[in-house]
Design a binder for this molecule. Structure first.
Ligand code: PEP
Length: 251
């Protein structure tokens, strides 16, 4: 049985002071009636402050980062390494978000290196894959997404798959207000699970969690979460609105 997993990606929003206020209020107000695993991914500069509040207020929320470099250290100005994230108490890391792919040159190859490095350092990757509108309109969404996944998982050991989260995020649905229908999202998540079973085994594929991401909001989360192969959501815009994020957790 997979635990539902709701992760909030704050993107480049909130100072560490705003982050502190948000996590304090969230910890005070949220009830988690579905016993979801909940994770917040603030910007790097807010990780420490958010983690302090999580610890001191005993808030049952995990900490995630939005990206990382695959190397442990070195001459990579502006980058953050898995060792640094681990030292801050980070448990999850978003890898290969479409915004990183589009604006910061992440490719399937670098995503693959980051996924391998994350597992090596006991960080759990939330690995993002998804098609553009053009690819969907051409009818190639499934083959594109599955081959993206296969490339990103090259040489990833089967023993790690239970700790893998795949976030299926159709690019055309991210930050646009347009979400995939729950049937389309579920069909893709199902195809992802079938391919995971082919790559590894049925039992590994049954353990991996698959999230949908793309304009998730209080009004569509319940239907999405009722689908057979959607185990959670990667939430962008709505994760920085306290009431919306609480409503999503309590779908
Ligand atoms: C995201 O950032 O991963 C995302 C899905 O954003 P939004 O929910 O705003 O579409």
């Amino acid at each position: 049985m997979r635990t539902p997993f709701i992760a909030g990606n704050w993107k480049m929003n909130m100072t560490h002071l705003e982050g502190i206020k948000f996590i304090q209020e969230l910890g005070y107000e949220y009830k988690n009636k579905n016993n979801c695993e909940v994770c917040l991914c603030p910007p790097f500069i807010a990780l420490r402050s958010v983690k302090n509040i999580i610890d001191t207020d005993h808030i049952d929320i995990k900490l995630g980062a939005q990206n990382m470099h695959f190397e442990e250290n070195g001459a990579f100005t502006g980058e953050v390494s898995p060792l640094m994230l681990k030292a801050l108490g980070v448990e999850y890391v978003i890898i290969g978000h479409s915004e990183r792919r589009e604006y910061f040159a992440d490719t399937n190859e670098t995503v693959n290196k980051k996924v391998i490095s994350a597992f090596k350092h006991n960080l759990k990757p939330i690995m993002c894959i998804g098609e553009s509108l053009k690819i969907r309109e051409n009818g190639n969404a499934e083959s594109f997404v599955l081959s993206q996944m296969v490339e990103c998982l090259k040489e990833v050991d089967a023993k790690n798959i239970a700790d893998l989260t795949v976030a299926y995020e159709p690019i055309w649905a991210i930050g646009t207000g347009k979400n995939a229908t729950s049937k389309d999202a579920n069909d893709m998540c199902r195809a992802i699970r079938i391919r995971l079973a082919e790559l590894y085994s049925n039992s590994f594929a049954e353990q991996a969690r698959i999230q949908y991401g793309g304009s998730v909001k209080p009004s569509n989360i319940t239907e999405l979460m009722s689908m057979s192969d959607i185990d959670g959501a990667l939430v962008g815009g709505a994760s920085i609105k306290l009431e919306d994020f609480i409503a999503i957790i309590n779908y």
